[in-house]
Ligand binder design. Structure first.
Ligand SMILES: *Cc1c(COP(=O)(O)O)cnc(C)c1O
Length: 361
C-alpha cells in the first residue's frame, strides 16, 4: 500500500514489527512452503497463549473463511435464519448466504455502536412467534469496541441460540479483563492487510471446544478421511493458512500489544486535540470495556459536516471513510428482514473513520 503512494496517509496500513522475515526464512530453509507446518502450529499456539481462557485456534486463509466454517460448525444450513449485527462489514453476513441461510439484521445500541440487546430480543421473540427460531447470532466488536457481552450472552442462554463472535477487528480488546475472541461459542479473527495485525491475508477460528478446532482444520483441508488414498465423506474446503503467511503472523504477535498501545494513543490524540470543537462526538469506553482502537471514529453533527471533513482530508491526501454502511441498507440485502431502531442509520449518516495506523506519526 505504501509503495503505491508513499506520501498518502492511510486509514490503516500494514506495520511490520521486524521478526516477520526471520520466520519466513525458517519456512524456506525447512522447505515448509505449504498450508501446514511449524509456523502454522506456532502461530496457533501464540494466539492461544495470548487469548487464554482455554482457547483452541485454527489458523485459516481469511476471517471470512473462519465465519463460513464457524457457522457450519454451529449447524447453520439451508433455509435457516441467522441474526446478524447490521452495523458491520459485509463479511460478517456473506457466509450466512454461502450456506443457503438467510441473514436477519439487528440494529446497534448507542453505548458501543454494536448489536443492541433490546432489538436482539425483540427479533428473537418475533422470529420464534413466526415459527422460525434463529440458528445463531453473529455479534461484532466493530472498530475494536467490545459489544455488550454480558447482555448478549444472557439472551443467547435464555433462548439457547449460539453466538458466533466476529472479533475480526478486535484482537487485543477486552471486556472486564477477558479477551475479545473468547466469548462466543465460536469466535473469528482476521489478519487482513488493514487489521490490527496482518499476515497479508488470513484469519482464525477460535473455540473453547477442542473438537471445533479439529473439525475446522479437517474441513479447511478438503475433508479428507483417514485412508491411504483420497477419500471424502463430506464436502471440504481449501481454507487453511499457509506456513509462509503464518510466519508473518508469528512476527506480528510479538508487536501486537505495542501496536494496540499506539492505536490507543492515536485515539487519545484525536480526542485531546479536537474535543473542544463543537459537533464532534468520540465513542468513549463504557466501564470495563477496553478497545484496541483499531480505527479511531468520530460522530459529527450532520452529514454535511462529515462530508466537509472527509473531502477536506482527501484534498490533503489523507484517507478517511464513512462508518460502515449498515447491512440493512445494502442493495444486496434489500429483501432481508431487519429489526431497527435508527441508530446505525444515524451513525452511517454522520460518522467518520479517521487515519488510525500504528505507524502514524
Ligand atoms: C475484515 C473483517 C472480516 C473478514 O475478514 P477477512 O480476513 O478480510 O476475510 C469479517 N468481519 C469484520 C467485522 C471485518 O472487519
Amino acid at each position: 500500500m505504501n509503495a503505491v503512494d508513499s506520501k498518502k496517509i492511510w486509514l490503516s496500513s500494514p506495520h511490520m514489527g521486524g521478526k516477520e522475515q526471520y520466520y519466513i526464512e525458517k519456512a524456506f530453509e525447512s522447505n515448509w512452503i505449504a498450508p501446514l507446518g511449524p509456523n502454522v502450529n506456532g502461530f496457533e499456539t501464540d494466539l492461544e497463549q495470548y487469548l487464554k481462557n482455554d482457547s483452541n485456534v485454527a489458523a485459516l486463509s481469511s476471517g471470512t473463511a473462519a465465519l463460513h466454517l464457524g457457522l457450519k460448525l454451529l449447524g447453520v444450513t439451508r433455509g435457516d435464519e441467522v441474526l446478524c449485527q447490521s452495523m458491520t462489514f459485509s463479511a460478517s453476513a456473506n457466509p450466512i448466504v454461502y450456506l443457503g441461510a438467510e441473514p436477519v439484521f439487528v440494529d446497534s445500541e448507542k453505548t458501543s455502536w454494536n448489536m443492541c440487546p433490546e432489538q436482539l430480543e425483540i427479533a428473537i421473540k418475533d422470529r420464534i412467534s413466526k415459527g422460525k427460531k434463529p440458528k445463531a447470532i453473529v455479534a461484532v466488536h466493530l472498530y475494536g469496541m467490545p459489544y455488550n457481552v454480558e447482555a448478549i450472552q444472557k439472551i443467547s442462554l435464555r433462548y439457547d441460540i449460539p453466538v458466533l463472535e466476529d472479533s475480526a477487528e478486535a484482537l487485543g480488546s477486552s471486556y472486564f479483563g477477558v479477551n475479545c475472541g473468547t466469548f462466543g461459542d465460536i469466535a473469528i479473527l482476521s489478519f487482513n492487510g488493514n487489521k490490527i495485525i496482518t499476515t497479508s491475508g488470513g484469519g482464525a477460528l477460535v473455540a473453547k471446544a477442542k473438537k471445533f478446532k479439529e473439525k475446522a482444520i479437517f474441513l479447511a483441508t478438503q475433508a479428507r478421511d483417514e485412508a491411504p488414498h483420497y477419500q471424502h465423506s463430506e464436502i471440504g474446503y481449501n481454507y487453511r493458512m499457509s506456513n509462509i503467511t503464518a510466519g508473518i503472523g508469528r512476527g506480528q504477535m510479538e508487536v501486537l500489544d505495542a501496536h494496540v498501545a499506539l492505536r490507543r494513543k492515536n485515539f487519545e490524540t484525536y480526542v485531546s486535540e479536537l474535543n473542544d470543537l463543537d459537533g464532534l462526538n468520540f465513542l468513549n469506553e463504557p466501564t470495563g470495556y477496553y478497545s484496541n482502537r483499531w480505527l479511531s471514529c468520530v460522530e459529527t453533527n450532520s452529514f454535511e459536516m462529515r462530508e466537509e471533513i472527509r473531502l477536506g482530508l482527501a484534498q490533503e491526501n489523507i484517507e478517511s471513510r464513512p462508518l460502515w454502511k449498515p447491512m440493512h441498507q445494502q442493495p444486496v440485502f434489500a429483501h432481508n428482514k431487519s429489526y431497527l431502531n435508527g441508530i446505525s442509520d444515524t451513525l452511517f449518516e454522520k460518522g467518520l473513520c479517521l487515519p488510525s495506523g500504528s505507524n502514524l506519526e
